[in-house]
Design a binder for this molecule. Structure first.
Ligand SMILES: Nc1ncnc2c1ncn2[C@@H]1O[C@H](COP(=O)(O)OP(=O)(O)O)[C@@H](O)[C@H]1O
Ligand SMILES: [Mg+2]
Length: 234
């Protein structure tokens, strides 16, 4: 199965401004770990560093035991780290199908059978393949963004706030998809999620960040909800 992520003592800065301080995070193979915390505490920065889009100043990032902190983003993607960044990460002028094909080509794959597998997970997308991605609804675009990441058959799927900006009526669709994906594939997942109930229901483990540090982490079965909500309260 694989896909284990081990972050140790990670420090990341934007120029001279340090944003992550000594972050440790373990995402065991096959687990789903939810990362939580208020806005601006460094969650996306951590995910960007894991995906290879930001350099670290100190610390290590190991993927299935291999040090990847010096490895470039596209190489990390080929090694099996799939990343769905915050926001609508699709090409608006390309059709939904072209969005998927671009990733397939970039990954150097010619086998299109993976597209059928991905569309089985997102049946709603299958009817929208000819539509420019810019004309999809927020929820559809998010499904396409996740589908794009799945085309490379990642061992670790990193999702940054997949329910952000999605209409409340279809947030559950995205949640169900993530839950089903994890349940059926056993794929290792690291998820940033604002909805505490959803996060705790879905995840095996959680980590809470504040001010660029991990301030609480553990298994979701022994969470103290009161303390937890205090950490997340604005
Ligand atoms: N590109 C950037 N340049 C400088 N500072 C940034 C940049 N992106 C984020 N930051 C700062 O880093 C901190 C963490 O941001 P971020 O990782 O986006 O937090 P979160 O995802 O938890 O909301 C914030 O103080 C934010 O203002
Ligand atoms: Mg963020």
């Amino acid at each position: 199965m694989g896909g284990e992520l081990a972050v140790d003592g990670l420090c990341v800065a934007y120029g001279r401004t340090e944003v992550l301080f000594d972050v440790d995070l373990l995402v065991p193979s096959g687990s789903l770990v939810c990362l939580m915390g208020r806005n601006g505490v460094g969650k996306s920065t951590l995910l960007n560093a894991v995906a290879g889009l930001l350099p670290r100043t100190r610390g290590s990032i190991r993927f299935d035991g291999a040090e990847v902190s010096g490895v470039r983003a596209h190489k990390r993607a080929r090694m099996g780290i799939g990343y769905v960044p915050q926001g609508h990460a699709v090409f608006p002028q390309l059709t939904a199908m072209e969005n998927l094909l671009v990733v397939l080509e970039r990954a150097g794959r010619s086998d299109r059978s993976v597209l059928d597998e991905v569309l089985d997970i997102f049946p709603a997308l299958a009817t929208l393949l000819d539509r420019p991605a810019g004309l999809l609804s927020g929820g559809q675009a998010k499904q396409l963004a996740i589908a794009r990441a799945l085309v490379t058959r990642p061992k670790l799927l990193v999702l940054d706030e997949p329910t952000e900006g999605i209409q409340p009526s279809i947030i559950h669709e995205i949640e169900d998809t993530i839950a089903a994906l994890h349940a059926t594939t056993g794929m290792t997942m690291l998820l940033v999620e604002q909805y505490v109930e959803f996060a705790l229901r879905l995840a095996d483990r959680y980590a809470v960040m504040d001010g660029g540090h991990i301030v609480s982490a553990g298994t979701t079965t022994d969470v103290d909800l009161t303390a937890f909500n205090d950490l997340l309260a604005v």
